[in-house]
Design a protein around this ligand. Structure first.
Ligand SMILES: C[S@@+](CC[C@H](N)C(=O)[O-])C[C@H]1O[C@@H](n2cnc3c(N)ncnc32)[C@H](O)[C@@H]1O
Length: 411
């Protein structure tokens, strides 16, 4: 028995996954060359138990790495094929409420088992993810935050413990920051000058703010200035203190204030925002446009504005009746409106999942580059059609009224 991968069981002995789904998971884990990882999270009795299995190559041999997190303690162990198969059976035999997430190069399978034992399955659309052909047990070295000596940074910003290990409670944030850095990497790769000014709107505890500075400075050799803005005096005081301890107070600065009225003190090339609440995301986009940033990289958070204004009745009533569907529709529409307004204003926009849903449920990023002529007819007419259909005026349009009216009044 692979005790290492076992999770606490409840009293039911049979699995509540269907035979077909369990068989599909076995096949995708052990026969699909694009298998990336499978994880299962069980929440019970106030505790969370997480197990995961991923392929690794150790000294040229294919192995599987199991990771188990229980009561904040993570242990990792490598298995051969037979032991990994027994470990997966332990996962599949688990019963009771839990979530299982299987990632492969061609797509994901997500199973949520409810308290009543109902297995709700969802499958992603077909994907073409790049797979590491030689995933070593040291694969983590290829993450942006392990491509330079980042231990002091990670300890200072409280992502790593005193021994330099990523804290289990910070794993989601660590993944978000790494994936965000990859997106930044993709936009700065072609930049001929090695200087970068970046503003982080709603920086909170400044994990991303510092990570961006250190990564672009030490791994990419840019001359970087970063400014974090946040309303909360306590987070700004803490961030300034960290900057001093890391000896970067001149390069990484912080403003305690509203995004709407703060000035970073330089002309930013990139505006970032990660989970700025509600319309703070729109404000961040608006300021990014006013500051004439070439890139806007924005991961929205909670969104309440359209949720309140979406009209009841008509064919949409079937959606509006259910709080959760109404909320998801409002989220979807808010980001659609944002993307479309940015298109009207001259941005090429990519809306993407920048990190897995395991790291954060709020994992949609708007990646926008100012590179087309503003006010293009197709973008405007699509926007007006969308707005007329839903009979709402999104806050972002109101915020950008001066510019938007200039373009919309032509139609
Ligand atoms: C959910 S936290 C995210 C923090 C950080 N970006 C991260 O991902 O760890 C959102 C932050 O946005 C800040 N915020 C919200 N509205 C703001 C505004 N109008 N101006 C400045 N900061 C704002 C909040 O104070 C909070 O610290």
């Amino acid at each position: 028995m692979v005790t290492h991968l076992r999770q606490k069981r409840n009293k039911m002995s049979r699995t509540d996954l269907s035979v077909e789904t369990a068989e599909e998971i076995r096949k995708r884990v052990f026969e699909d060359a694009g298998f990336m990882k499978v994880t299962q999270v069980v929440r019970r009795g106030g505790g969370t138990f997480r197990v995961g299995l991923r392929p690794v190559v150790i000294r040229g041999e294919k192995r599987f790495q199991g990771e188990m997190t229980e009561e904040g303690q993570t242990t990792v162990k490598n298995f051969d094929l037979e032991a990994a198969k027994r470990g997966l059976e332990d996962m599949l035999e688990q019963t009771g409420p839990r979530e299982l997430h299987l990632m492969t190069a061609t797509g994901d399978l997500h199973v949520r088992v409810t308290k009543k034992g109902k297995a709700l399955e969802s499958r992603s659309a077909k994907m073409e993810r790049a797979v590491d052909e030689q995933p070593g047990h040291d694969r983590v070295k290829r993450q942006p935050l392990t491509s330079f000596d980042s231990v002091a940074l990670l300890k200072a910003i409280d992502i790593a413990d005193a021994d330099g290990r990523i804290k289990a409670s910070m794993r989601g944030k660590y993944d978000q920051v790494n994936e965000f850095l990859k997106v930044i990497d993709s936009v700065v790769a072609e930049k001929p000058e090695k200087t970068l000014n970046i503003v982080d709107c709603g920086c909170g505890s400044a994990y991303l703010t510092f990570a961006v500075y250190f990564y672009l400075t030490y791994a990419r050799e840019f001359e970087v200035r970063v400014c974090g803005i946040d309303l909360k005096p306590e987070v700004i005081a803490k961030a300034r203190n960290m900057a001093q301890n890391l000896d970067v107070s001149n390069q990484v600065t912080f403003i305690e204030g509203d995004i709407a009225t703060s000035e970073p003190g330089f002309e930013p090339d990139i505006m970032l925002s990660l989970h700025a609440c509600d319309t703070a995301t729109d404000e961040a986009l608006a300021r990014g446009i006013e500051w004439k940033c070439r890139y806007l990289l924005c991961v929205p958070c909670c969104q309440h504005e359209l949720h309140k204004t979406l009209k009841e009745g008509g064919p949409m009533q079937a959606i509006m009746r259910h709080g959760i569907l109404r909320e998801r529709l409002a989220d979807l529409l808010t980001d659609t409106f944002r993307a479309q307004i940015l298109r009207v204003l001259g941005f090429r926009v990519n809306v993407m999942e920048f990190v897995s849903a395991e790291a954060t449920a709020r994992n949609v990023m708007l990646k926008a580059e100012f590179c087309v002529k503003p006010g293009q007819a197709p973008a405007i007419s699509e926007y007006l059609e969308l707005r007329d259909f839903w009979k709402v005026t999104p806050w972002f349009e109101t915020r950008m009224a001066r510019l938007m009216n200039k373009y919309l009044s032509r139609y």
